[in-house]
Design a protein around this ligand. Structure first.
Ligand code: SF4
Ligand code: SF4
Length: 160
């Protein structure tokens, strides 16, 4: 899936997805986790993130204090230096990247700090977490970024 095609698909389904997620947010179906987790597994078993990296190219993860400690230790620099060099504080008072694509994304789409990457990167796009009904706003937003989430939403629509 090329990213230009992804954008076109997202636009085509924007209205339909907006109606679908509005309904889900209202109904908060109890079966959501049970339905979405196997779909997530299946979609990601057939997704090659190294051919995409759109999340790392277009959005910043949040960096927790623990992330900052761990990554700066790995880079052998002081946490304050790490913050000065790479991070800024956003409107929600969270640490995020100063700019995207991520500084740690290599040309071949590998993450140069993969072993110590932020928790938010490890968990992205969060469709295998519990209590999915609490994450519907985020999942709907991530359709714009992540071809796998787009696919997950399409499959979910067939079930709900
Ligand atoms: S945007 Fe989705 S499919 Fe693309 S690299 Fe990120 S998680 Fe993988
Ligand atoms: S830290 Fe690694 S996984 Fe996270 S956004 Fe940057 S390149 Fe991607």
């Amino acid at each position: 899936m090329d990213l230009f095609h992804h954008k076109q698909r997202v636009e085509k389904k924007r209205k339909e997805n907006s109606v679908f997620f509005k309904r889900l947010k209202k109904e908060k179906p109890k079966v959501l986790d049970k339905l979405i987790h196997p779909i997530h597994e299946d979609v990601f078993a057939n997704t090659d993130c190294l051919k995409c990296a759109n999340c790392c190219k277009t959005t910043s993860p949040l960096f927790t204090d623990k992330d900052i400690q761990r990554i700066s230790r790995y880079l052998k620099i002081r946490p304050s230096e790490f913050v000065d060099r790479y991070l800024r504080i956003d409107e929600d008072s969270d640490y995020v990247l100063q700019s995207v694509p991520c500084f740690f994304l290599s040309e071949d789409n590998y993450c140069s700090i993969y072993e110590v990457r932020p928790k938010a990167c490890k968990e992205y796009p969060h469709t295998d977490r519990i209590k999915q009904y609490q994450l519907l706003k985020l999942t709907e937003k991530n359709i714009n970024i992540c071809p796998a989430v787009f696919e997950i939403a399409e499959r979910l629509k067939l079930e709900l």
